[in-house]
Design a binder for this molecule. Sequence first.
Ligand SMILES: Nc1ncnc2c1ncn2[C@@H]1O[C@H](COP(=O)(O)OP(=O)(O)OP(=O)(O)O)[C@@H](O)[C@H]1O
Ligand SMILES: [Mg+2]
Length: 300
Amino acid sequence: MHQRSRRERLEHIGAVLVVGSGKGGVGKSTVSVNLAISLAKTGARVGLLDGDAYGPSIPMMVGVRKRVGAKSEAILPLAERRDLAAEKKIQPLLRYGVKLMSVGFFIGEEQAVAPLPDALGMLMRQLLFSVNWGELDYLIIDLPPGTSEPQATLCREFELSGALLVTTPQDIARIDTAKAVTMFQRMSVPILGVVQNMAGLLCPHCGQMVEIFPSSAEPRAQLDDLPLLGRIPLDPVAVTNGDKGYPIVVSLADSPVAMVFSDISAQIVQRMTLLQHAQDADSETEQEPDREEDSDEREA
Ligand SMILES: Nc1ncnc2c1ncn2[C@@H]1O[C@H](COP(=O)(O)OP(=O)(O)OP(=O)(O)O)[C@@H](O)[C@H]1O
Ligand SMILES: [Mg+2]
């Protein structure tokens, strides 16, 4: 069993939230970007770290493009140097009120980085420590699909405040997402809930939800027992705008999809506040026996 208390707490960052799923292409990056911006809109200080070194999507989704042949070289300051002076750190980009960092900012958009799987965790550690995040209320980490690296390093070494799982309605996606749930539970990372993406299509004529992918009838207890934070419909505009650098919560802030994101961000704020209170109460009770021991000694 992993002791949460032994894990590193990132200084100056209120809550570190990871957005994951066992499955690829279900909308993790879309959810991460829109959630980060929705949280920033509430006045929170928010950072977004692209945890996907093989296929970083954040740059395109926030409109930072590096075309083929763009000359680039990046030397990250050593991760071990945690006391790195702020001026020696890499400055995150600021877009839509969110501080952003992605491996994709350093390479052309069709260029590939191919770190060995073992190096992915180290790369995350480096980006966490060598980026000048400043004071943040929330740092969101957009994870790649799967349950290997860098997920394992992040869960093992850092105190993660919560995980959000993104899935689509099909059983094939739900099976893989259930695996991710098991991983987070084994590593004692609190799971905030599930976001169901591409959950039907909102008919532009009648406003009714049309189910596109058949919902799985197969029960998956790990998933079904978790809070459902929201159902995001398929929205073609989410793709055309979202993949061109105009996330839907910015380009169509009053759309039904944007409303779901703002509702999810409100729930996250609420859950994080509750978790924080519970942790504060836990640490108070942990101190109680000492006081009792003291009084026993006094009575003796
Ligand atoms: N609700 C939605 N409606 C329509 N298109 C969507 C929706 N959510 C995501 N998409 C589109 O689906 C594609 C995949 O989404 P995204 O990149 O967010 O998935 P991902 O889970 O991060 O993928 P990967 O596993 O590769 O990291 C993108 O083109 C995105 O714009
Ligand atoms: Mg992604």
